[in-house]
Design a protein around this ligand. Structure first.
Ligand code: BT5
Length: 256
C-alpha cells in the first residue's frame, strides 16, 4: 500500500480487509474532514451497494474502491455517473487491450455485453449545496467463482476472464483512481465536444433497442437508444413519438 500512496502522492489512502461498504466508510471519513482525494479500498465487502436497494456482490478478488471529491459547484446526476464511468472505462481500455470495456448508461461497465463493474456516486448536501461526493467503483478482477448469487455468473464477467491472464489488483486500482480524477476533480456542468465523442465511442447502448423505465413507471417505453446528451441524459427515440431524454430511471436492452 505504501507503493500506492507514493504513486498517488497522498497519505489519505485507507485500506481494510473486510467492510460493509467502502462508500459508507468513505462518507464517514469525509464527514470527519478527511481531504478531497481520500481513497478507501477493501479486500471484500459484506454489504456492497448498488443503486437503490440493489447489492454489489463483493468477494475477495475484486476491486472495491471509493474516493472522496469536494466539488465547488453542484454535482449533477446523471453526468457525474457518466463521467466517472467514462474515466474508468478509458483507463481500463488503455491498460488492458482486448477487453473492450463499454459504458451502459448511466453507471454500468460492460465487457462483451456482460457486467464487469459499476460506479456508484453518493452526494452529501448541506445548506450551501453539495458538501462532498463519494464515488464508489467495483470491478470484478478475478472470476466470480462458485459462491456467486444465482444467475449472476451468466450476466457478469471479470478482467481475468476477458484478458486471459492474471491481473494485479493494484494496477486496476491505479486505473480507477486515474480515471476518476481525470473527470471529477473539476467536473463540468456539461460535457464538451471531445468528451461527447468519447462517450459516443464507448456507449454500449447506442443503436440498440431498449426499454426505458422512468422512476415509478412499471412497463417502460420501447425505442432505440441514440446517444448521451451533454448533461449526461440518455437520448432515445421511442417507437412512437419524438426523441426523449431520460435523466433518472432504468434501461433494459431488448433482445436483438
Ligand atoms: C452498480 O449498481 O453497478 C454500482 C456498483 C458499485 C459497487 C461499488 S464497490 C465499491 C463501492 N462500495 C459500495 O458499496 N458500492 C460501490 P447497479 O447498477 O444498481 O447494479 C447492481 C446490480 O448488478 C445487481 O442488482 C446485480 O444484478 C449486479 N451485480 C451485483 N454484483 C455484481 C458483480 N460483482 N458483478 C457483476 N454484476 C453484479
Amino acid at each position: 500500500m505504501e507503493e500506492l500512496r507514493k504513486r498517488w502522492g497522498r497519505c489519505s489512502v485507507h485500506t481494510y480487509g473486510k467492510v460493509e461498504s467502502t462508500n459508507v466508510v468513505a462518507r464517514m471519513l469525509a464527514e470527519s474532514e478527511e481531504p478531497a482525494g481520500t481513497i478507501v479500498l477493501a479486500r471484500e465487502q459484506t454489504a456492497g451497494r448498488g443503486r437503490g436497494e440493489r447489492r454489489w456482490y463483493s468477494p475477495p478478488g475484486g476491486l472495491y474502491l471509493s474516493m472522496v471529491f469536494r466539488p465547488s459547484g453542484d454535482s449533477l446526476l446523471p453526468l457525474t455517473s457518466v463521467l466517472a464511468s467514462l474515466g474508468v472505462v478509458r483507463e481500463l481500455d488503455r491498460r488492458f487491450p482486448g477487453i473492450e470495456p463499454r459504458i451502459m448508461w448511466p453507471n454500468d461497465i460492460l465487457s462483451d455485453g456482460r457486467k464487469l463493474g459499476g460506479v456508484l456516486p453518493d452526494a452529501t448536501s448541506g445548506e450551501k449545496g453539495v458538501r462532498f461526493l463519494v464515488v464508489g467503483v467495483g470491478i470484478n478482477v478475478k472470476p466470480l467463482g462458485e459462491g456467486a448469487p444465482r444467475g449472476l455468473a451468466r450476466r457478469a464477467t471479470s478482467l481475468e476472464d476477458r484478458a486471459c491472464h492474471s491481473v494485479d489488483l493494484s494496477q486496476v486500482a491505479d486505473a480507477v483512481v486515474t480515471g476518476l480524477e481525470r473527470y471529477l476533480q473539476a467536473p463540468p456542468i456539461s460535457a464538451d465536444a471531445t468528451t461527447l465523442d468519447l462517450l459516443d465511442r464507448y456507449d454500449w447502448l447506442k443503436g440498440r433497442r431498449v426499454r426505458v423505465s422512468y422512476p415509478g413507471q412499471r412497463d417502460g417505453i420501447r425505442g432505440l437508444s441514440v446517444g448521451i446528451a451533454p448533461d449526461g441524459a440518455l437520448l432515445f427515440r421511442p417507437d412512437r413519438g419524438a426523441l426523449r431524454r431520460c435523466t433518472a430511471g432504468s434501461v433494459k436492452v431488448e433482445s436483438e
